[in-house]
Design a protein around this ligand. Structure first.
Ligand SMILES: Cc1ncc(C[n+]2csc(CCOP(=O)(O)OP(=O)(O)O)c2C)c(N)n1
Ligand code: SF4
Ligand SMILES: [Mg+2]
Length: 340
């Protein structure tokens, strides 16, 4: 279904520089995830096939399978820009993901070591990677269904534990890949394929849940706020401890068909208009904020990091066990020498 919405011929012409300039897609488009954010960066003489950020993508799997106008391309684009601007060598990154359209953002598209795991288990796998390879930057990108639904328990306990992971949760309010089932972030009163008469459950404000669970850096942005989102991703990656960015994103297809708004531009405008910066919420009640997305940095705190603690404990225990063994060995040797 998703492949049918992409035009491979256009992509071929586009990447070989033969496409008509007037065919360039609008900035929210995702056919070429690198061109959505900053078309001006495409140097005319070299063409998009030589775009400097293509080196971050697995070219053999392009074009992406995202539907046109999906926020997934914007997130991929923003992530590539964030990494590039930080001058991080992708060989130092392990991206871990679960199952869903959003999980495709790092795997297969981002060119680094990627671990495409089972549904809901991205954080569990990522914990194992980070404990064994603390030198690597371990980044999880997945959807609301994956990280807040089936994987919700892993999410809150990883935040509580404060292992040095960066989690980017793409919240499109729905199970997009499987056709639009209700998720733990679907707004109250929304019609979905599994709540055909309206959703009577109250959604998680998932960034607030992670903040309450102990995350060291917690922020929320939308796919409309690409530059703020890029900076927030960088802050999250730089932060030692569990960091979390909720990225509110548009799913024009699975969410759009259920809510009656399938136009990506309209959806982006809705994200823009419903957003309010956290610094502007002073004195506002919960009722005032109903239906709004509070964006910005919600929490930044210093807490002991789990991996450091674990390694310190292991090294102390090793030393004390080895001292005990040495003592025992010395006693045995002296007993032998004295014949007792
Ligand atoms: C154990 C298990 N249960 C259910 C599924 C089916 N499934 C695949 S993706 C998905 C939901 C994905 O939603 P989300 O994480 O929000 O990603 P999106 O597609 O919206 O980006 C589900 C339920 C599965 N693959 N494995
Ligand atoms: S179904 Fe929704 S989330 Fe999945 S690729 Fe299409 S627009 Fe994006
Ligand atoms: Mg989703």
């Amino acid at each position: 279904m998703l492949k049918g919405l992409i035009d491979p011929e256009f992509f071929e012409a586009f990447t070989s520089g033969e496409a008509d300039e007037s065919q360039h897609l609008p900035v929210y488009g995702t056919r070429d995830p690198l061109l959505g954010l900053c078309p001006s960066e495409v140097e005319e003489e070299s063409g998009p096939a030589h775009h400097r950020l293509l080196r971050y993508l697995r070219k053999e799997v392009l074009p992406t399978t995202f539907c046109v106008g999906c926020g997934g391309g914007t997130v991929l684009n923003t992530f590539a820009h964030a990494i590039d601007e930080m001058h991080i060598d992708p060989r130092e990154i392990v991206c871990v993901t679960g199952i869903g359209c959003s999980s495709w953002i790092p795997s297969p598209y981002f060119l680094c070591d990627t671990l495409h795991t089972t549904h809901g288990r991205a954080i569990a796998f990522a914990c194992g990677v980070k404990v064994m390879r603390p030198d690597m930057k371990v980044i999880i990108i997945a959807g609301d269904g994956d990280l807040a639904g089936i994987g919700g328990n892993h999410l809150i306990h990883a935040a509580r534990r404060n292992l040095d992971l960066s989690v980017f949760l793409v919240n499109n309010f729905i199970y997009g890949m499987t056709g639009g089932q209700v998720s733990p972030t679907t707004p109250f009163g929304t019609r979905t394929t599994t709540t055909p008469y309206l959703n009577l459950e109250h959604p998680f404000k998932i960034a607030d849940v992670v903040a309450a669970a102990g995350g060291s850096y917690v922020a929320r942005w939308t796919t409309y706020h690409v530059f703020q989102l890029m900076e927030s991703m960088q802050n999250a990656i730089n932060k030692k401890g569990f960091s979390f960015v909720e990225i509110i994103s548009q799913c024009p297809v699975s969410y759009g068909k259920m809510t009656g708004t399938s136009d990506p531009v309209t959806l982006l405008k809705q994200l823009r208009d419903a957003s309010i910066h956290v610094d502007d919420t002073d004195g506002m009640s919960e009722e005032d904020l109903e239906g709004k997305f509070v964006v910005g940095k919600l929490v930044e705190r210093q807490r002991a990091e789990f991996g450091d603690g674990l390694r310190q404990l292991i090294s102390e225990r090793r030393e004390s066990i080895s001292a005990e063994l040495d003592r025992g060995l010395r006693q045995d040797t002296s007993a032998l020498e004295t014949g007792r």
